[in-house]
Design a protein around this ligand. Structure first.
Ligand SMILES: [Mg+2]
Length: 103
């Protein structure tokens, strides 16, 4: 099984809650959709190859924002709601296997 391991920090200069991180996650998902829309030329502009590279970097930045916010929400669930992300992660992997997405 191939893995992509990304370590993202616990933000220590914010006081996130479940609601604030959930809203932020949706906001960042919207920014990601906006960046992809730009790549697809939904603005009607024709893009050059260099612009395309920049748009791909923009998409990646927004994707990392989504990942950071998801991780921040995991910290909130652990700290305030006593969720064990390690156990939940095992359950998640098992679900993917059960659905046939992993073998
Ligand atoms: Mg963003």
């Amino acid at each position: 099984m191939e893995h992509k391991v990304i370590a993202l920090p616990k933000l220590n200069n914010l006081s996130p809650t479940m609601e604030s991180t959930a809203l932020k996650l949706m906001e960042e998902a919207g920014e990601l959709a906006q960046a992809i829309g730009k790549f697809r030329g939904l603005s009607g502009e024709k893009t050059t190859l260099i612009e395309e590279e920049e748009v791909m970097r923009m998409i990646t930045r927004e994707l990392l924002d989504v990942a950071q916010t998801a991780v921040s929400m995991m910290y909130v669930l652990e700290e305030y709601y006593h969720i064990d992300i390690g156990i939940m992660l095992e359950e998640h992997i098992q679900k993917l296997m059960d659905k046939g997405y992993l073998k």
